[in-house]
Write a protein that binds this ligand. Structure first.
Ligand code: NAP
Ligand code: MG
Length: 422
C-alpha cells in the first residue's frame, strides 16, 4: 500500500471520530480508572479537535513565491510530513493528551511512536486498537508503554525519530532537548507553568471567584496552565479571597465514578507526597490557610490520594508556593495595587504558559493582554480550549504550538522548489 492521500487521511480521521463516539463511555471510564478524574470528557474538545484536523488534512498546501528576479526564476513550496514523530505524554489527561498528538500526525501523514505515562497508559492503547480496527495499517501509529528513563529516552535519542512532541515537566523537557541534539530532531515542548490570574476590582466578582477557583482546582490542579497565582486588587482582596475559600470548602472531593464528584484524587502516592510537601512548605513560609491545607483523612477517601482544595492567603511573590509548579489543588492569593505593578509581577516568572484577566474595562483588558508574556490569555474566562486556537508556552513553558493551524506546521517540512525560466 502506498502513502495515504490527503483525501484518505481525512476519511480515516472521520472514521476514527465515529469509532471514538461508539466507544466513548469506555474511553472516559479508562481515564477515570487510571488517574481518577471525574468521569466524562468533553466531546467537543476530543471529537471536535479530530474533526478540525480532518478538515485541514485536505487543505494543507504550499505557496507560489515571486523571487527577486521574477522573469528568470519561479518558485513554489511543497509541504511534506516531517517523518517519524515521537510523542511522550503525561498522565494528567490521557484521552485529550493522546488526541492532541494523534490529530496532527494523521492530518499531515506522519508516522507516530507514542509513549503514554506509566500511570495512565490504557486509554492510549485502546485508541491504538481502534485505529487498527478502522483499517490503519500496523506500524503507522505505535503505542509503546514503558518508563520514561528507558522507553521515553529511547524515543528521544533515536536517530530515526525526526521530531519529538513532548508534554510534561520542565525537568524531563531538558532531557528531551539534550537528547534531540544527537540528530537535530525537531521539538515541540509543552511544559509547566505558574500562570497568573488577575482580578481587577471592577470585575464580575461572582463569576471571577468561580473562575479563579476552578482555574486551579479543576482536575485536582493537575493542569499545566492552572492559574495558580491569583492576583487580586487590594480594595476587593478580603472579600474576594473569602468567596474563593468558600467555593473551595464546598467542592465535592471524591471518587471519580460518583456523579456528584467535582474533584477527584491525585494520580499517585508520589504526587500526593509532592503536593502535601508543598502544603507544609506554604505553612512554613508563613502563608495563611483559608481553606483546605491537607489531605483527606476520614473514611474510605482517607486511604486514597485525595487532597483538600487549598487556598493560601498572604502569599509573597518569592515564596516557593508562588514560584514553583505544584500540580495540585493549591491556590495562592496575592494582593496588588496598580496596573503596571501587577503586569510586572505577573510576568516575574520563568514560565509563560497562560494568564487570566478579569475586568469590565475593555481597554484595560486589551492593554494587559498585549503585555502579558504567555501563550494564552483568557479575559473574563479561564481554561477555554479550542481546536482552532494555538496553545503553547513562552520562556520555560516550552516552545512550539499545539492546536490551531500553527500545530500542523510543526509536523511538516517545507521544501522550496525553484525553476529557472529566463
Ligand atoms: P514527567 O517526568 O515529565 O513525565 C512526563 C512523561 O515523560 C511521562 O511519559 C514520563 O514517563 C516521560 N519521561 C520521564 N523521564 C523521561 C526521560 N528521561 N526521557 C523521556 N521521557 C521521559 O512528569 P511526572 O514525573 O509524571 O510528573 C512530575 C511533575 O511534572 C508533576 O508534579 C508536575 O509538576 C509536572 N508535570 C507537568 C505536566 C504539564 O503538562 N505541564 C504534566 C505532567 C507533569 P513515565 O512517567 O511513564 O516514566
Ligand atoms: Mg512519571
Amino acid at each position: 500500500m502506498g502513502p495515504f492521500t490527503p483525501f484518505e487521511r481525512q476519511e480515516l480521521i472521520l472514521k476514527f471520530c465515529d469509532a471514538i463516539e461508539a466507544n466513548w463511555d469506555e474511553l472516559c471510564l479508562l481515564d477515570t480508572l487510571e488517574m481518577g478524574a471525574p468521569y466524562g470528557r468533553s466531546r467537543r474538545e476530543i471529537i471536535g479537535r479530530l474533526r478540525f484536523c480532518a478538515g485541514l488534512a485536505t487543505a494543507l498546501h504550499g505557496e507560489t513565491i515571486a523571487t527577486s528576479v521574477p522573469g528568470e526564476a519561479f518558485a513554489y513550496t511543497l509541504k511534506e510530513p516531517v517523518g517519524v514523530v515521537g510523542a511522550i505524554i503525561p498522565w494528567n489527561g490521557p484521552l485529550p493528551a493522546t488526541i492532541w498528538k494523534l490529530g496532527p500526525v494523521l492530518a499531515t501523514g506522519c508516522a507516530l511512536v507514542l509513549k503514554p505515562a506509566e500511570e495512565a497508559s490504557l486509554t492510549a492503547l485502546r485508541l491504538g486498537e481502534l485505529l487498527l480496527d478502522i483499517g490503519l495499517p500496523p506500524g503507522v501509529i505505535n503505542i509503546v508503554t514503558g518508563f520514561g528513563e528507558t522507553a521515553g529516552a529511547a524515543i528521544a535519542n533515536h536517530p530515526d525519530v525526526d521530531k519529538v512532541a513532548f508534554t510534561g515537566s520542565n525537568e524531563t523537557g531538558r532531557h528531551i532537548v539534550r537528547a534531540s541534539a544527537s540528530n537535530m530532531k525537531r521539538l515541540s515542548l509543552e511544559l509547566g507553568g505558574k500562570s497568573p490570574h488577575i482580578i481587577f476590582a471592577d470585575a464580575d466578582l461572582e463569576a471571577a471567584a468561580r473562575s479563579a477557583a476552578m482555574g486551579v482546582f479543576a482536575n485536582s490542579g493537575q493542569v499545566c496552565c492552572a492559574g495558580t497565582r491569583v492576583f487580586i486588587e487590594k480594595p476587593i482582596y478580603d472579600e474576594f479571597v473569602a468567596r474563593v475559600a468558600e467555593i473551595a470548602r464546598h467542592l465535592k472531593v471524591g471518587n471519580g465514578l460518583d456523579p456528584a464528584t467535582e474533584i477527584g484524587p491525585l494520580v499517585s502516592g508520589q504526587q500526593l507526597d509532592r503536593v502535601v510537601g508543598y502544603l507544609d512548605i506554604g505553612k512554613r513560609e508563613g502563608a495563611e490557610v483559608l481553606a483546605g491545607g491537607g489531605r483527606l483523612t476520614e473514611g474510605a477517601l482517607g486511604k486514597g490520594f485525595f487532597v483538600q482544595p487549598t487556598v493560601f492567603a498572604n502569599v509573597g511573590d518569592s515564596m516557593r508556593i508562588a514560584t514553583e509548579e505544584i500540580f495540585g489543588p493549591v491556590l495562592s492569593a496575592i494582593p496588588f495595587t496598580e496596573f503596571d505593578e501587577v503586569v510586572a509581577r505577573a510576568n516575574d516568572t520563568r514560565f509563560g504558559l497562560a494568564a487570566g484577566v478579569w475586568t469590565r474595562d475593555l481597554s484595560k483588558a486589551h492593554r494587559i493582554a498585549a503585555r502579558i508574556r504567555a501563550g494564552s490569555v483568557w479575559i473574563n474566562c479561564y481554561n477555554i480550549f479550542d481546536a482552532a486556537l494555538p496553545f503553547g508556552g513562552y520562556r520555560e513553558s516550552g516552545y512550539g504550538r499545539e492546536s490551531g493551524i500553527q500545530q500542523l506546521e510543526e509536523y511538516m517540512q517545507v521544501k522550496a522548489v525553484t525553476i529557472q525560466v529566463g
